[in-house]
Ligand binder design. Structure first.
Ligand code: GLN
Length: 477
């Protein structure tokens, strides 16, 4: 197996025992980047010089006989909506084309404390709005498994980098599925932690009550290692939780005996591809064989999740994106007066999807419509949350497809925003309820495209998700 296809924990062993050097590993990843990036387009910015210098420092540490951190010297990608001090952070938008943050996002800062090697900033849908990475203002990203297809989104660059050997692991962000869906499309593991587990400080805000940062990795062990690095209370984010962060590697035990796993009828309905459904039901059978108990559960308000999400997320986005006015920071396009300047700036520098969300959001929040749309959506949000609370009275985990279908073709869904929104049907309820969820690969379909299943856990119970995901991984190939 090539170096650039190994997991972080395998590479850690090789580094610590001096079988490879961090410089060698970094060079290997960049040779892969040089060979593949033309086709895949996972990155917006490459940080080659910094990477080579950082790798050298790691090698010096190893040669001094010091112990290295689990992620030390491991090449990674960071989604370009996560602030990195001194390194361009564009959100794949023209409005932040030249934005160089003066500070690190807390999640990146915590990760960087372990000295991983940053390869670059990964492509995304502009401001993380989308499910295919086609909304990037710079270029599309292609799925390494089939270059005619999308990698998913919005963390499509992060997922494609990990799947394509251009990074060993990546950070993404998930507001309505943006870590789990691309993970599923690209055949990697993607985890959205409980809302509040990871600080949002320095994550450029899309929808603040839904956004979470999380890992995209080659296996469940790496996922636990990255979670260990990035979770925890942060004074800079008042919504981050003080709940104790366990050592997630302790959950890597291949034992699901006695676990109750719920299959919600509402996730196996018309619109879910037959091969996806069959794959997830096979996973349920495997869990049964491993000693878990599979039970039917009901999440009756699931059918309202898409409408609820596509009111709350745009409402929050419209508010958050008010700051890009051509004054405080970001790009400016001149005009005769201040109103014209702001109008020109926002007209020219925001892409079509971002404008659509701003308009939907402002409409839903406007006097006269607020009660009918935004307030109503908040009430339905409570019902969706309650569905999960009720289901988790009888089960430990909930098993669903991650996406209704495997990766679709580039251009296939761009004409109709609504069909694109429907892709999020299995993932948005998890954000609405603030719960943790993982996508784990479970084979390929008849076209050889990766499929994934989703495990949803109770709030702050990432540990049980990891335990079950790890158990499945041990028996799957
Ligand atoms: N696809 C969803 C959207 O377009 C989710 C995006 C995300 O999680 N950032 O809003």
């Amino acid at each position: 197996m090539a170096l650039h296809d190994k997991t972080a924990h395998e590479l850690h062993e090789l580094l610590q025992t001096k079988q490879i050097s961090a410089a060698e590993l970094t060079a290997d990843i960049f040779s892969r980047v040089d060979a593949a990036e033309d086709k895949i387009g996972a990155y917006l910015t490459l940080t080659r010089e910094k990477a080579l210098a950082d790798a050298k420092a790691v090698d010096e540490k190893i040669s001094r006989g010091e112990k290295i951190f689990p992620l030390e010297g491991i090449p990674c990608a960071v989604k370009d909506n996560i602030c990195t001090k001194g390194i361009k952070t564009t959100c794949a938008s023209k409005i932040l084309e030249n934005f160089i943050p003066p500070y690190d996002a807390t999640a990146y800062k915590k990760l960087a404390a372990q000295n991983p090697i940053l390869i670059g900033k990964a492509n995304l849908d502009e401001f993380a709005m989308g499910g295919s990475t086609e909304n990037s203002a710079y270029h599309v990203t292609r799925n390494p498994h089939d270059l005619e297809r999308v990698p998913g989104g919005s963390s499509g660059g992060s997922a494609a980098a990990v799947a394509g050997g251009e990074a060993v692991f990546a950070l993404g962000s998930d507001t309505g599925g943006s870590i789990r869906q691309p993970a599923s499309f690209c055949g990697v593991v993607g985890f959205k932690p409980t809302y509040g587990r990871v600080s949002r400080y320095g994550l450029v805000a899309f929808a603040s009550s839904l956004d979470q940062i999380g890992p995209l990795t080659r296996d469940v062990t790496d996922c636990a290692l990255v979670l260990n690095a990035i979770c925890g209370l942060d004074d800079m984010d008042s919504t981050s939780t003080a709940a104790q962060v366990p050592d997630f590697t302790k959950s890597l035990v291949a034992d699901v005996k006695g676990l109750k796993i719920g299959l919600p009828a509402e996730y196996f309905v018309k619109g879910i591809d037959a091969e996806v459904e069959a794959a997830v039901r096979r996973v349920a059978k495997e869990y049964e064989k491993l000693g878990a108990e599979i039970v039917e559960v009901s999440l009756p308000h699931t059918e309202y999740a898409i409408s609820t999400y596509y009111l709350i997320a745009p409402a929050e986005a419209a508010t958050n994106l008010e700051r890009y006015d051509g004054v405080s920071y970001g790009a400016r396009v001149d005009g005769a007066d201040v109103v014209e300047m702001m109008t020109n700036t926002r007209t020219e520098k925001f892409g079509a999807e971002v404008k659509r969300r701003i308009m939907i959001g402002n409409y839903a929040l406007s006097a006269g419509y607020y009660d009918a749309y935004y307030l109503k959506a908040l009430k339905v949000r409570t019902l969706i949350q309650k569905d999960f609370v009720d289901a988790f009275k009888t089960v430990d985990l909930i098993l669903t497809p991650t996406t209704p279908n495997a990766a679709f073709k580039l251009g296939e869904m761009t004409a109709d925003p609504l069909t694109m929104y429907l892709q999020d049907v299995c993932t948005v309820p998890v954000n609405i309820a603030g719960l943790p969820g993982i996508s784990v690969p479970c084979g390929v379909n008849s076209q050889n495209l990766p499929l994934g299943f989703q495990l949803i856990g109770k709030a702050l119970d990432e540990a049980t998700i990891l335990r079950a995901a790890f158990a499945y991984e041990q028996i799957s190939d």
